[in-house]
Design a protein around this ligand. Structure first.
Ligand code: SF4
Ligand code: ZN
Ligand code: ZN
Length: 321
């Protein structure tokens, strides 16, 4: 039986690039210290910051909220969890229940944005009506709501993208020649005053497998099922598999790749000009932002302003509550 390299207890995992075994407790500490190092190294969070953590209920976002809850005490920042109910049947209702349970366990403040109740459509209905893939509609809706909450709260938006996600996106963007997409894969994407909240990725160097083992070792609740729209044949997914194979013979090659992305891709960041959407006032690359264009096609009216107003009301309720 393999033993923990730190305390000698029964090991639950081996980390090849460190050549170390870990017991349950020390494995959790290993992941927590990885996140702490990323936060420190890339200066993602400073004392006095406000951070909105996007929590879907999947293993990565659960790892995000748990590790940030620990760092909150150490660094001294305000942490708010944000869950978006996308209206994807039983998948969304289970995710919401799990996030509520997690927030109680971690004593984290939680804001739930219910897309169906507030905007009158769900991701499945929006996908049907616009004839766009569910994930493309979903991505646009989530990004818009995260940004609205971030701008309204003057906060940084933390997402649970892990190391494998970043590598998958990087390879896909590279193949498509999407330099702007590549420039946004750094651990922190700066905000634009009043238009876009800064985005941070504290799990930048945490492998997918590590966040899975983290939630298990801490006994945290997470959603076990996959979203019915998740596709395991996408280019990103195939690149993830390819890099996992490569990592088996060359441990830490993924970490090396991520370091180069973090160091080199900043040079690709476009420094403005920045435009405000003529409908909602948030960041846009053209006169009308993606979300306002999408919702105009869907409902006949751009709904950016409505989202911003509903976010304000939700945050006002939070202050009163
Ligand atoms: Fe949204 Fe697609 Fe993820 Fe489902 S798999 S939550 S539709 S982005
Ligand atoms: Zn141990
Ligand atoms: Zn807009």
């Amino acid at each position: 039986m393999a033993k923990c390299s730190i305390c000698g207890d029964k090991a639950i995992a081996y980390v090849p690039y460190q050549r170390r075994y870990y017991c349950r407790r020390h494995y959790a500490e290993f992941v927590e210290s990885k996140v702490a190092r990323t936060v420190e190294r890339y200066r993602l969070i400073r004392r006095g910051d406000r951070v909105v953590a996007a929590v879907s209920g999947g293993k990565d976002s659960v790892t995000l909220l748990s590790t940030l809850s620990i760092l909150r005490e150490r660094i001294g920042f305000e942490l708010v969890a944000l869950h978006i109910d996308l209206g994807i049947g039983e998948y969304s209702s289970s995710s919401r229940r799990i996030v509520e349970e997690l927030a109680r366990m971690l004593d984290a403040e939680l804001i739930v944005y219910d897309v169906g109740k507030t905007l009158g459509f769900t991701i499945p209905s929006a996908s049907r009506l616009t004839r766009r893939p569910a994930c493309s509609v979903c991505g646009a809706v989530k990004r818009y709501i995260y940004n609205s909450v971030g701008v309204e709260l003057d906060a940084k938006v933390a997402t649970g993208h892990n190391a494998d996600d970043i590598i998958g996106f990087a390879m896909k963007n590279f193949i498509m020649g999407d330099l702007e997409g590549l420039s946004k894969l750094t651990p922190i994407v700066p905000g634009v005053e009043g238009l876009a909240a800064p985005r941070i990725r504290p799990l930048y160097s945490v492998y997918e497998k590590e966040s899975f083992l983290y939630v298990l070792s801490k006994g945290l609740p997470y959603i076990h099922r996959d979203c019915p729209y998740a596709r395991f044949t996408s280019l990103e997914f195939q690149f993830k598999e390819f890099f996992n194979k490569l990592e088996e013979s060359r441990p830490s090659i993924k970490l090396g790749f991520l370091n180069s992305i973090a160091r080199r891709f900043k040079a690709l960041v476009r420094e403005g000009p920045y435009y405000a959407c003529s409908e909602c006032g948030l960041l846009s690359s053209s006169s009308t932002c993606t979300f306002c264009r999408l919702t105009r096609r869907l409902t006949g009216k751009p709904l950016g302003r409505r989202v911003r107003l509903s976010v304000k009301e939700l945050l006002d309720e939070r202050i009163k509550g």
